[in-house]
Design a protein around this ligand. Structure first.
Ligand SMILES: [Zn+2]
Ligand SMILES: [Zn+2]
Length: 340
């Protein structure tokens, strides 16, 4: 089978590799759709820890090709499924306490085990979720992100949140925006750098948009909300955005930091911790949120398909990554069609 792999920093190669053999706890998935995520780009450029050589990708949809053990739960061959981005070892103290997302021996697709940018991938059966018949594989490729966004939003009691800002109108940020509006947040500000994405945010319900290339985000938010907003979600992945996030949140408000920030802050004024007593959350992964994410897809509550702007065959994975990395003006969700 073909696979998009990384052997050395900065270089994606398409290789012929054997179809993985599955053990009794594993499921072989014939991959159909894969979405490119900032974490994948980090694996290629070396900012996100990974074990090379590795097959890229952790956000996909596909069909069960083979079950390691036919009696495994209620899966059967041919079922449309998605896989979570990883799974814990299942044996350590954290895993036994149900905290496998913090497992030190965690298996992360596309990082320390081969991911989904390939004809087939094998995953632990615990990571597999069925896709309902009414959800297309185009929609299901984004389930991991929806679940991650839900986990971030669930850090807060949205009944207490009237105003919010989301930094980073990428795929995840736009899902967070939709969840906030769905949860009844009255005013949501989207902060970003690309007009196309900010316009998309407007269409998805943002009440105000700020382009950081044109104005200072904290100042623009404080002009509109003099005491700051109740909650800020940081999903741009840029460490520098954190200072703006803390400047824009109201006293005793909440900041939720979504996803992996891989760069560093050179100058950082932490005095806000005393002055504003903010509540700060990190949000890692999708744990516990897959059922709800799938339900939102089933009920068609989210705009997922309009976010797909680019499609590439597996052979052109490097080109697809370049569209992501070059921050092409009209690019949002970039999908690899492994099986068109
Ligand atoms: Zn991801
Ligand atoms: Zn573990």
């Amino acid at each position: 089978m073909k696979a998009a792999r990384v052997h050395e920093r900065g270089k994606i190669v398409i290789e012929d590799v054997p179809i993985p053999e599955v053990n009794e706890k594993e499921v072989l998935i014939a991959v159909h759709r894969v979405g490119i995520c900032g974490t994948d780009v980090g694996v290629v450029d070396g900012h996100v820890s990974a074990c090379y050589p590795v097959t890229l990708g952790h956000e996909s949809s596909g069909v069960i090709a083979k079950l390691g053990s036919p009696s495994m739960t209620d899966f059967k061959e041919g079922d449309p499924v998605i896989s979570g981005g990883g799974w814990g070892c299942g044996e350590c103290e954290l895993c036994r306490q149900g905290q496998g997302l913090y497992c030190r021996n965690r298996f992360s697709l596309g990082r320390n085990v081969d991911g989904c940018m390939a004809g087939y991938m094998k995953v632990d059966y615990r990571a597999v979720r069925k896709v309902p018949a009414t959800v297309s594989l185009d929609e299901a490729q984004n389930t991991v992100n929806i679940a991650c966004a839900l986990r971030a939003v669930r850090k807060l009691d949205l009944r207490q949140v009237k105003t919010a800002a989301v930094f980073g109108p990428g795929n995840a940020g736009l899902i967070i925006l939709q969840l906030l509006k769905m949860g009844g947040v009255e005013k949501v500000v989207m902060v970003g750098t690309r007009d196309f994405r900010l316009e998309t945010a407007r269409r998805f319900g943002a009440d105000m948009v700020v382009n950081v290339k044109k104005e200072d985000p904290a100042k623009a938010i404080l002009d509109q909300f003099p005491y700051g907003v109740d909650a800020v979600f940081e999903s741009s992945g840029q460490a520098a955005a954190l200072q703006s996030a803390f400047n824009a949140v109201r006293s005793n408000g909440s900041v939720v930091v979504f996803g992996i920030i891989t760069d560093k802050i050179r100058e950082f004024d932490p005095s806000f911790l005393y002055l504003k007593e903010p509540i700060i959350f990190g949000s890692k992964g999708a744990s516990g949120m897959f059922g709800e994410a799938m339900k939102l897809l089933e009920e068609k509550r989210l705009q997922i398909l309009p976010m797909i702007t680019h499609r590439f065959p597996l052979e052109e994975t490097a080109k697809a990554f370049k569209v992501f990395e070059d921050k092409v003006a009209d690019a949002l969700r970039i999908v690899i069609d492994v099986r068109p």
